[in-house]
Design a protein around this ligand. Sequence first.
Ligand code: PXG
Length: 464
Amino acid sequence: MNDQSTRARTTADWQALDAAHFLHPFTDFDALAKKGARVITRAEGIYLWDSDGHRIFDAMSGLWCVNVGYGQRSLIDAATRQLHELPFYNAFFQTATPPAIELAELLAEVTPPQFRHVFFAGSGSEGNDTIVRMVRRYWDLLGEPERQVIVSRRNAYHGSTMAGASLGGMAAMHAQGGLPIPGIVHIEQPFWREHGQGMTRDEFGLVAAGWLEDMIQRVGPDKVAAFIGEPVQGAGGVIVPPATYWPEIQRICDKYGILLVSDEVITGFGRTGHWFGCEAMGARPDLMTFAKGVTSGYIPLGGVMVGERVARVLIERGGEFNHGYTYSGHPVACAVGLANIRLVQQLGLVEHVRDVVGPQLARAYAELAQHPLVGEAETCGMMGALQLVKDKARGTAFPSELEVGMVCRGHCFREGLIMRAVGDRMIVAPPLVTTPAQLDEMVALIRRCLDLTLHDVGSRGWLA
Ligand code: PXG
């Protein structure tokens, strides 16, 4: 595809070609082919432009990843330089490249102190596949091969490979392809609104963490290898756990000696106002999965931070670990990761989220909580959720078949705002570089879309 043909093609041309050849992820292929895909052609800062020239506020940071915003020169230059110098060499067979070594060093610096080693992968899903193999290998090496079971949670998202989808707790994913794979079990999520009726948030946090202990007892404490969780569930709808939850999870993991895995694919690199979500939540994981924000999505990269408890066993007793990917430590991806993390440091983005835009988003959402359509508004750093309800006083949900979230999402697109719908939960995760003025602009757009949705559902008779 050359520039000439790019310029010559209309939106209708793109849509026809797309429908003819491109099977999109998590998509009803037939429905999309009939409707036509939205084609995004360029971006700058926090804005996207579609093939019709409409400007769109990207309040989802691409897909929870473009933390430094679009068009950052230092990332583009780092990739270009590395492409010229050494576009690829592998890290198998006792070989390394400078960007991979330097990124490993920088990751050890910005992650919590128990982490001094990294295993690179190409994505979050591959990172979580690595987690499953590494956790089981660890217990094998310690002479406890029967410790195989990994406890995860319902409505968790840990990726789309066989292991990632199995760790995840999405029923619709398990229903396709005979998942989960053996040795993965799920407990209920710490979603206060759904499961905490009659309890304070803090009381519920302890109860929800207690479900882990119940599961450990049910499976048998000598069979449980690890617990995995997202500090804040992202794809599940920005579910912020009560403050008591993670410290109690940590206590239970410590009590039974099981490994704690924090999936930081969304919450890593400043999203919560801390470098990593586990630091915001008061947990001290043995392993952390990362992806997305490590390169701000400019190029695919993921991996696993390996805490000293696990690293020492793998290094000192392990022999060869028969696992790895062609692109583990890809030099161009690692060069972009280095430039990205240095930019996060230079711009002080973690502090910007913690001290400026995170608190501003929290205040704005507290006001949006007054809106007649909003039953609950929650934020954590630069993530926000609005639960749409039919009856605010009673907190009654809309019948799910009405798909009110999708109605709201439609208004967002027409108004030039990307806000995602997870059922009737509207979620945002704007770029961390968003300025206070831009955040005001986003909140004004959200308010307008809520008003339009309210009017729309009212005129359809859905509020009656
Ligand atoms: N863990 C978490 C916590 C994630 O959010 C993955 C693992 C998998 O990463 P890769 O790079 O393999 O996609 C993710 C990915 C959504 C959505 O609908 C979220 C993700 C991916 C696609 C869609 O919010 N998160």
